[in-house]
Write a protein that binds this ligand. Sequence first.
Ligand code: ADP
Ligand code: MG
Length: 500
Amino acid sequence: MTVPNGWQVDIGLEIHAQLKTNSKIFSGSSTRFGAAPNSQASFVDMGLPGVLPVANKAVFEKAIQFGLGVGAEINRVSRFDRKNYFYRTFRRLQITQMDEPIVVAGKVLIELNGKEKFIRITRAHLEEDAGKSIHDAVDHATAIDLNRAGTPLLEIVSEPDMKSAEEAVAYARKIHQLVTYLDVCDGNMAEGSMRFDANVSVRRESAVELGTRSEIKNLNSFRFLEQAIEYEIARQIETLESGASLSQDTRLFDSEKRETRQMRSKETSTDYRYFPEPDLLPVVLSEAFIQSVADTMPELPDDRSTRYQASLGLSPADARLLSSDLHLALFFDSVACEVADPKIAANWIKGDLLGKLNEAERSIANCPITPDQLIDLIKLLEAGTISGKIAKDVFLAMWNGMNISVREYVEREGLEQVSDAGALEPLIKNIIDANPKQAEDLKGGKTKLMGFFVGQVMKETSGQANLSRSTPSLAHCSVFEHFINMGGPALLTSSSGQKL
Ligand code: ADP
Ligand code: MG
């Protein structure tokens, strides 16, 4: 949807990302998803009086990795606060960071319809997650599972820089991509590892001040994020056009009705009556600690994408795709540096490999094909040992599990290309003889028929004939020359357009 004429839209997102640590932010309980209710809630997570929280170092490492990933400042001193906020799944006042968050002032680059734009990140702060209400476990009662209570969250707050639902989704995807790439968060939205709050306002095109916003809470998919924002934009514009005014409110999205509904009028930060956390000291980060975290960081996706374009000659779209996931990028790197043309490696990975992985709903991390196998395959292809068509078959065999080397497989199955003129010449001659009409038409200038003849040769040889002009043994083959002379360069390309 485009924004209606005469209006502009401003959107800021607050993204809650669960940090991928083994234990909780202030206790040693496990953060594993799916355990029996309340089996992973310690006294600290339950908020019992008299127990003390202890900050988990791994949480800071993850937050710093994120901060460095978005080019932000890492506060050398950050503090925790308590937030007065009642919800039944919090057993005590929530521990969060208010005035002095760990990460401030970063930015990420988004790309939409070929245009690039920076979205500024105001801050990212640490806080603990709440437990979960379970409505269907006990008759006429709501049960509470505190396993999630105390799971570390990084709340990433953007500036209101996004001007449409599409931009907001592009930004949310970019953050999702970055945190999973950095292994800061597992990104599993079905399990609630990433949730979005969308702050949306509209204003007349000429207005300088931002409009009155509403905040739509807890959106757990990109689709719901987009739908909720679209609905909200339309609702706000309609309200203002009818002459009514908007109040700042907090809303929920009903994904069945596809509408947002008011949950409460917005509380301001004074309503939360924040106060300094009494049980945790300020967190002071040493340069050495920050440096040690920086040393563990992989090359960032945007830098990688730039490098793939500049030094390997990949297209911007391919470079972005292959650098979007660290496992994918490492797979590509291993193959690209071993073969003659990195672009061939890119094509196999983005086409055949990702195609198969998507079909099987598998991630590259548990891909049945190894980089070494793909290297062998591409090398055999580059050396002309196997044809493009046969390479596809070998690829499928690799996918289905090959317990011998690619080379051994090709030998065992007799898949090498036939480049021997002595073998090809009679075969080509027979085909010409068996198709006199087509041969006449070809001679008469219907060069399209070349594809037909190449197809016939391939059929006869199960795709193994090497019809490339560079095949030395064929250069002096009379029938073949004749064949070439009839069709010219078209001979070099099979009917499927693939170079032989
Ligand atoms: P609070 O802490 O009360 O939720 P913040 O000022 O921290 O408020 O803003 C929360 C989010 O709302 C940020 O992402 C910010 O960019 C966004 N935001 C603030 N004002 C507006 C507005 N008028 N329209 C759209 N988004 C806004
Ligand atoms: Mg907020």
